[in-house]
Design a protein around this ligand. Structure first.
Ligand SMILES: [Zn+2]
Length: 239
């Protein structure tokens, strides 16, 4: 019985690895999705700013075209002064020119606003671009790592499962009933056996009475922690 209990500690080590691998296999895809969505969110923030920048550029080009044609119209009107003959024509031309100048001034104001807006947004883009690259770099690094792990996950699981079979067979040869007892335990996070440490359960740290400690040391029967149900094993190195 005592030797079998010691072997259970080895089996527990293998099962812990197996549990962690299975858990990772299940959790990594969700973590990858989460990290991808963080990148996408950062990218869309940047895209919003770029759309605003494009809108300002469009306004700028529109104003520049309007100013150019406004100036041409103004020149053409001013040249007509030399050919007006009546006061009425003169007054009418004067009025047209006033309107032309006013429109031109409005477009110049709009142009300045567009240029100012564009400068501000481009400053913001430069800053956000840096932040985005930082976020993407960090997230992508972890994604690559997780994908690499997932790529070899089944291989790793199979490898550990093979070594589990060897350890389990050793125990079955010593004490088939003990292996069945172990296999029936559910265990928190896959922990079904633990060594006693500082007079307490190595899994939940529940302190054990001296009598129980002594029984575990003797190793004549299966003793479980009265708090968490983990099978207790005496291991000199862990004491
Ligand atoms: Zn316990």
């Amino acid at each position: 019985m005592k030797e079998g209990l010691q072997q259970l500690l080895k089996l527990q080590e293998v099962d812990k690895k197996l549990f962690e691998l299975e858990e990772a296999k299940e959790k990594y895809p969700a973590e990858i999705d989460l990290r991808r969505s963080i990148i996408a969110k950062a990218r869309s923030g940047l895209a919003d700013l770029e759309a605003q920048s494009a809108e300002f550029e469009k306004q700028q080009r529109h104003c520049e075209r309007e100013i150019e044609s406004g100036k041409a119209t103004l020149r053409e009107r001013e040249e007509r002064f030399s050919v007006v003959t009546t006061n009425k024509e003169y007054d009418s031309l004067q009025l047209e020119i006033e309107i032309c100048k006013k429109t031109l001034a409005e477009h110049e104001t709009q142009l300045l606003k567009a240029i100012e807006g564009l400068e501000k947004i481009q400053e913001q883009i430069a800053k956000e671009q840096g932040d985005f690259e930082e976020v993407r770099g960090a997230e992508q690094e972890r994604i690559d790592e997780l994908e690499g792990q997932l790529g070899t996950m089944q291989e790793q699981i199979d490898e550990v499962a093979t070594s589990r079979a060897v350890v389990a067979k050793n125990i079955a040869d010593l004490d088939a009933q003990l292996l069945r007892t172990y296999d029936r335990r559910r265990g928190r996070r896959g922990i079904r056996v633990a060594a006693v440490h500082k007079e307490a359960c190595g899994a939940c740290f529940h302190r054990m009475p001296a009598q129980t400690l002594n029984e575990v040391r003797v190793g004549g029967r299966v003793i479980s922690c009265e708090s968490c149900g983990t099978i207790m094993v005496w291991n000199e190195q862990a004491v």
